[in-house]
Write a protein that binds this ligand. Structure first.
Ligand code: SF4
Ligand code: SF4
Length: 280
């Protein structure tokens, strides 16, 4: 089963929940960090790294001998990755989505391909080998999160519980991360901002047709807006995490939720079973 942990915005405790899910299990599990702009699950899981590989994408390579500077490729490119001012086109690799269209429209066969790096994948194991950890990380200056996320997901196995730590928000990288998920846990906080972003996240997972429930972090602070909304929309609140000063202390030293609130471990261990019962 693949459980994706998502949130409408950053800072809600999404990684805290994702890490807690794999730590609470006593079975072999996998943690896939798809928050590729700012992956930080490894800070808490502390995996032994076994392998690092690059994420490569193909971008156009212009043969200026064959190019007639017609500009068709630049006009075709929807991502402004090619600019031609009566000259052979300049290529901006960081904007290219590797769709291949420019090669198709080029009348002279002047476009071939070269590979550029957009990120890296780190593979490792934590907790004596029980937890498989896969982390994707974008290269500095690269904005192409989806190829990095896709490569992270190639390491997801069918036979173990996998927890995907999604990027915050509701844009393309989130959609890419949620694909293949059997269930989504939406982490929020009981504030007007939390409610606003939760509504967007709920709309997204409803469009995708993935079953989901909500986890409210710091539930004992803030207002009742999130709870009221979940009641109105018949959305289950599967866990409420209290606010404790010890949590900030634990995180600042690489600790986890159970270092601060040990009694939550049992509840988190139950979550996959609760989900399986609900999904059936
Ligand atoms: S491959 Fe697609 S996105 Fe990249 S430069 Fe060509 S047309 Fe643009
Ligand atoms: S379409 Fe081909 S020939 Fe025309 S500008 Fe682009 S690379 Fe050059």
């Amino acid at each position: 089963m693949i459980i994706a942990v998502a949130s409408g915005k950053g800072g809600t405790g999404k990684t805290t929940v994702a890490v807690a899910l794999v730590l609470a299990s006593s079975e072999p599990v996998a943690y896939a960090d798809c928050d590729v702009e700012e992956p930080n699950g490894s800070i808490f899981l502390k995996p032994e790294v076994a392998e690092v590989e690059r994420v490569l994408v193909e971008v156009p390579d212009i043969d200026e001998e064959k190019c007639t500077s017609c500009g068709k490729c630049a006009r075709f490119c929807q991502f402004n990755a090619l600019v031609s001012l009566g000259t052979p086109p300049l290529v901006f690799p960081e904007l290219c989505h590797s769709c291949g269209g420019c090669e198709i429209v080029c009348p002279t066969g002047a476009i071939s391909w070269r590979k550029v790096s957009v990120g890296e994948i780190t593979l490792g194991r934590s907790d004596g080998g029980r937890i498989s950890v896969v982390q994707g990380k974008l290269d500095v200056g690269s904005s192409l999160a989806p190829p990095v996320i896709r490569q992270v997901k190639t390491y997801i196995a069918d036979d173990v519980l996998t927890v995907i730590d999604c990027p915050p928000g509701t844009s393309c990288p989130v959609i890419e991360s949620l694909g293949d998920a059997d269930y989504v846990l939406l982490v929020t906080e009981p504030t007007p901002f939390g409610l606003h972003d939760l509504k967007l996240a709920v709309e997204t997972v409803r469009v995708l047709g993935i079953p989901f429930s909500v986890i409210i972090n710091r539930f004992d602070e803030g207002d009742s807006g999130v709870e009221d909304y979940c009641i109105e929309e018949s959305i289950d609140v599967i866990v409420r995490i209290p606010h404790r000063r010890e949590m900030a202390e634990a995180y600042s030293t690489g600790g986890n939720l159970f270092d601060a609130i040990p009694e939550m471990r049992e509840l988190f261990r139950e979550i996959p079973r609760i989900i399986v019962r609900g999904v059936k």
